[in-house]
Write a protein that binds this ligand. Structure first.
Ligand SMILES: Nc1ncnc2c1ncn2[C@@H]1O[C@H](COP(=O)(O)OP(=O)(O)OP(=O)(O)O)[C@@H](O)[C@H]1O
Length: 370
């Protein structure tokens, strides 16, 4: 991961400080801060320790706790009275396992997919993109859902029209602080829906490559639903770093999710994990938890195919209302419970991409014998 560092400390203090830092295991990376390559700078100024930590994934809502714990532990060392901690985010680029050329300005591409329509794939893609941004990353979203491009509405920019000042590259919209491009900005629904197979895939690949993206840590791609030729071609022609598969706990939906996992397995794209949407319903009056689509579909898949369950979202009217109003939960209620679930998913996704290099795809065996 990050190897360059600047340690200006004499022994034995240096070893003592590094031991304290190594004893702190970064929760998402599962390693001590030194082995995780996160300790970039150490210096002593009088009795003040200057510490520079670099995170390879965005985690604005959790790093403060780490800093507090470290400050307390380091201040116990004899010569240190005070700790000044500088935090930096440097997301490594992960071009995925394909031989496809990287997209200029884009470090990581995250495909959000589902085996069938209507499970909340776009809702997840939009909230994941906004949650990655809320955690501190620079993010874009590409709406490749040719059969029902809903991202423009969900982000509140239904009337945006891309322009091409140089006649080659198109501009992206900016919505709630993320860059957004959609097949829906360019074509009306009827035009796009009649495209089939190679034509649709070709147009989508062109849309990715001919958008003038600002510098992005992550580009989230809202894939078309299903596991056919369009999805396969897109996965082969876009340098996808990892995929998130969305499912509901319904048996039929989870069977479809297996096909989604299998698709990425076929093209050697690591599956980062599963998001179980509409997982449960909390009765607003008594707080009773109901499972309208059965229980634990996503976690069963996660266990069986050795991919993590990244999180489970409730069936909640506020989620739908936010999406319909162009004001998704992550930005509408940033300190609410739903935003917290999406932000945790975002941290897990970011950390997983930072951990898995391009060569270390998860190998999943699929059979339909369940
Ligand atoms: N957890 C949830 N609670 C309540 N409503 C939800 C939830 N997730 C999604 N929805 C709503 O369900 C509908 C379908 O969601 P969405 O468009 O994200 O699904 P999709 O899988 O992308 O569908 P498509 O295949 O049509 O693209 C939307 O109206 C959305 O607001």
């Amino acid at each position: 991961m990050l190897t360059e560092h600047n340690y200006r400390l004499e022994e034995p203090l240096k070893s003592a400080v590094l031991a304290v830092l190594e004893a702190h295991v970064e929760p998402q990376l599962g390693k001590g801060l030194v082995s995780a390559g996160m300790v970039q700078k150490l210096a002593l100024n009088g009795r003040r320790l200057e510490l520079g930590l670099v995170y390879p994934y965005p985690c604005q809502s959790t790093y403060k706790e780490t800093v507090m714990t470290l400050t307390k532990a380091l201040a116990k060392l004899d010569v240190i009275d005070e700790v000044e901690c500088e935090i930096d985010l440097q997301v490594p680029a992960n071009p995925g396992n394909t031989n496809t050329a990287p997209i200029p300005n884009v470090k990581n591409v995250i495909a959000v997919a589902s085996g069938k329509g209507g499970v909340g794939k776009s809702t997840t893609a939009v909230n994941l993109a906004l949650a990655l941004a809320a955690e501190g990353a620079s993010v874009g979203i590409l709406d490749a859902d040719i059969y029902g491009p809903s991202v423009p509405l969900m982000l509140g920019v239904p009337d945006f029209k891309p322009v091409s000042p140089d006649g080659k590259m198109m501009t992206a919209a900016n919505a709630h602080g993320i860059a957004a491009q959609s097949i829906g900005f360019i074509l009306d629904d009827e035009q796009a829906a009649v495209w089939r197979g190679p034509m649709a895939a070709g147009a989508l690949v062109q849309l990715v490559n001919e958008t003038s993206w600002p510098e992005l840590d992550y580009l989230v791609v809202d894939m078309p639903p299903g596991t056919g030729d369009i999805q396969l071609t897109l996965s082969q022609k876009v340098p996808v770093s990892g995929a998130v598969v969305v499912t509901t706990p319904q048996d039929i939906a989870t069977l479809d999710a297996k096909k989604g996992i299998s698709l990425f397995n076929k093209v050697n794209i690591p599956v980062i994990g599963i998001v179980e949407n509409m997982s449960f319903h909390l009765c607003p009056s008594c707080g009773h938890k109901e499972h309208p689509f059965g229980t634990l579909g996503g976690s069963k898949i996660a266990e069986r195919y050795h991919v993590p369950l990244l999180g489970a979202l409730p069936l909640n009217i506020a989620i739908r209302e936010g999406m319909d109003a162009g004001n998704p939960s992550v930005v509408a209620e940033p300190s609410g419970e739903i935003a917290a679930i999406y932000r945790e998913i975002a941290r897990k996704v970011g950390a997983s991409l930072a951990k898995t290099g391009p060569q270390t795809g998860v190998s999943i065996s699929i059979s339909d014998d369940e």
